[in-house]
Design a protein around this ligand. Structure first.
Ligand SMILES: NC(=O)c1ccc[n+]([C@@H]2O[C@H](COP(=O)([O-])OP(=O)(O)OC[C@H]3O[C@@H](n4cnc5c(N)ncnc54)[C@H](OP(=O)(O)O)[C@@H]3O)[C@@H](O)[C@H]2O)c1
Length: 336
């Protein structure tokens, strides 16, 4: 059984713990929180004893093999780097890190700690329906384009409207719609079609200067993909990938709960399966399989790392095109 430590005590961490334990491969042993009382409360709910409120002690004394990092986006990089320095495997929530410079530094850390593995928790990539869509695309005669929409009003936008700056609507915490829900759409596009030759992002900024919503245009040699993302509005549109006469239609391109193929004669066939009740189960299984047998799963791991690298690059390029910068270094890169 692999031992798991966690950073971040919001609902998503509980969902990952539930998935990890349901997979039968993981056991939660260690909880970090900035406040010891919170760590103890979270640990008690999950019937574990080891708690820390000091990150160095968490990594140096914690009796776990891998850490799941679900902190605000801008903290992922330093926390993942520290974990690797203490020879822990890392599962880091999406988006793994903010930009390619950070990604390259983590690659260098991984090279310096060759026994460690690092996974971006891009859950949908591990789910059956993601693969079903990819297989269907391969069977279609000619792709003419796609429109993927993921817009969900965030209750945290209420706080923005009330004059506050919650982490996910803050530049300091690497927030914004593209970095949050947009990651799923970018994973879809890159996972199914590879990197575009050109990308453009047209953001609608919030009072806090992050993209509350936005439209990304991805140009491929023979078609264009449009991504509609937003956290300041709801959309009920389905998403589709268009062939010549046929199409794949999805109720939601991140959740992929209903996926259908409309063939050239107009017949509709379900190509998806019923998703797991816990959408993080597939990734929890996959990560454990690789950690338990890295040689046997080397290709999967390398493919996920490359996909994560490409997604990181595309998210960065899109932000640059939309003039959204998380720090001066990013702004200076754009001026070059
Ligand atoms: N895969 C998915 O389906 C999914 C869903 C939701 C979120 N996520 C990802 O999970 C990560 C966390 O998202 P979230 O919405 O839970 O974020 P959040 O509520 O802003 O923060 C998550 C945790 O980080 C700690 N934290 C909060 N503010 C902090 C600060 N200023 N400095 C240091 N630590 C702080 C808190 O834990 P303590 O108080 O215990 O320290 C908190 O529980 C993000 O990367 C997000 O993209 C993924």
């Amino acid at each position: 059984m692999l031992k798991l430590g966690i950073i971040g005590t919001n609902w998503i961490t509980q969902q990952f713990i539930d998935a990890a334990q349901a997979s039968g491969a993981w056991q939660l042993t260690t909880v970090y929180s900035r406040q010891l009382a919170r760590a103890k409360e979270f640990a008690a709910t999950n019937q574990v004893a080891e708690t820390f409120d000091d990150l160095e002690q968490f990594f140096s004394q914690g009796s776990f093999d891998a850490v799941y990092i679900a902190s605000p986006n801008s903290l992922h990089f330093e926390q993942a780097k520290l974990a690797l320095q203490y020879e822990k495997h890392v599962i880091v929530e999406k988006p793994a890190v903010a930009n390619p410079a950070e990604f390259a530094q983590l690659d260098a850390c991984l090279a310096a700690h060759p026994n460690c593995l690092l996974f971006e928790a891009a859950r949908q990539v591990h789910e059956v329906n993601f693969k079903r869509v990819k297989d269907q695309i391969a069977k279609m005669t000619q792709i003419q384009g796609a429109t993927l929409t993921y817009m969900k009003y965030s209750s945290r936008y209420d706080a923005v409207l009330a004059g506050k700056t919650p982490n996910i609507f803050s530049l300091d915490f690497a927030g914004g719609a593209l970095q949050d829900l947009g990651v799923y759409l970018v994973y879809d596009a890159v996972g199914w079609f590879g990197l575009p030759v050109k990308e453009t992002y047209v953001p609608t900024l919030t009072r806090t200067n992050v993209d509350g919503k936005g439209i990304a245009i991805l140009n491929y040699p023979n078609f264009t993909i449009t991504l509609n993302v937003g956290k300041t509005s709801n959309s009920f549109l389905p998403s589709e990938i268009n062939g010549l006469r046929d199409a794949i239609v999805m109720n939601n391109p991140a959740e992929l709960a209903q996926v259908a193929y409309h063939d050239v004669t107009g017949q509709v066939k379900t190509i998806g399966v019923q998703p797991d009740a816990n959408p993080m189960l597939a990734e929890a299984r996959d990560f454990a399989a690789v950690i338990n047998d890295p040689t046997g799963h080397k290709t999967d791991y390398q493919n996920w790392r490359q996909l994560s690298r490409d997604v990181n690059q595309l998210l960065f390029n899109l932000r640059q095109s939309g003039h959204i910068y998380f720090n001066d270094a990013e702004r200076q890169l754009s001026a070059k």
